[in-house]
Ligand binder design. Sequence first.
Ligand code: P6P
Length: 280
Amino acid sequence: MQKIIDAISAAAVKIKKAIEFSDTGYSEHINKTGDTQLKLDIASDLIIEEEFAKVSSIKSIVSEEKDEAKLLHANGRYIVAYDPLDGSSLVDVNLSIGSIFGIYENGTNGSDLVCAVYVVYGPRVEMVATDKEVTLFRLNQNGKFVKIKEIKLNEKGKLNATGATQKGWAAYHKKLIDEIFAEGYRLRYSGGMVPDLHQILLKGGGLFSYPATTDAPKGKLRLLFEVFPFAFVFEKAGGAAVDGKKRLLELKPLHIHDTSPCFFGSNTEIKKVLNEYAKH
Ligand code: P6P
């Protein structure tokens, strides 16, 4: 497992340079999710694949930027699913973005996840790696990630990150969100899942929601390389992660690009979600 985390660290240093200095224009390619790929998406995917190809314990990789899974080492133990550069379209407005990794064993159901890692490319580059603990690392001036602290969520937070187009929200979802704001929660939403969730984790808690909407009844965020890794992180940090009805990590995707409505947060806020959604 450490060799995979070391490979992610090496890739992150190269991706940071690509973000700062390479072409942020669009390619002519469209990925499986229907997004037009930025040249940066493709470059980041290749950087990660190159680093993972050196790690013999990785059997296969699943990338948001690849239509199908790719075999790396037939005798490998782990499947690594990743979003090489989530929120990459935010680079044009100089906002933070991230890379997300789920490390699976024996399959790619939520219950097969054994480790989750994400990297935030912001004013500083930080990495969170989670097996038993949730540990924060920061890139230092020598290009090395150094451990900063363990992350723990409070039972109740103050931040509310409300995803998806509000026009498409169900009336009961809008009622839930309005009630949370009426309690004094503050809106914190950049459109980048990685920095938005990182902020909730580091600021003690709250709620991030990306619900089903009229135009995306199965939600937008992808299970294998966005939703499951963050569900793993939030549960290990003492919080919870649900699809509105049950734990996200109980889900069994039928396809590697499947999506799900998702809620990540402190226990108090997730209980509010479950209570409201149980009525519908
Ligand atoms: P919306 C970025 O494209 C992304 O996949 C996530 O990082 C982010 O949380 C979400 O989409 C934002 O979607 O519909 O709120 O713009």
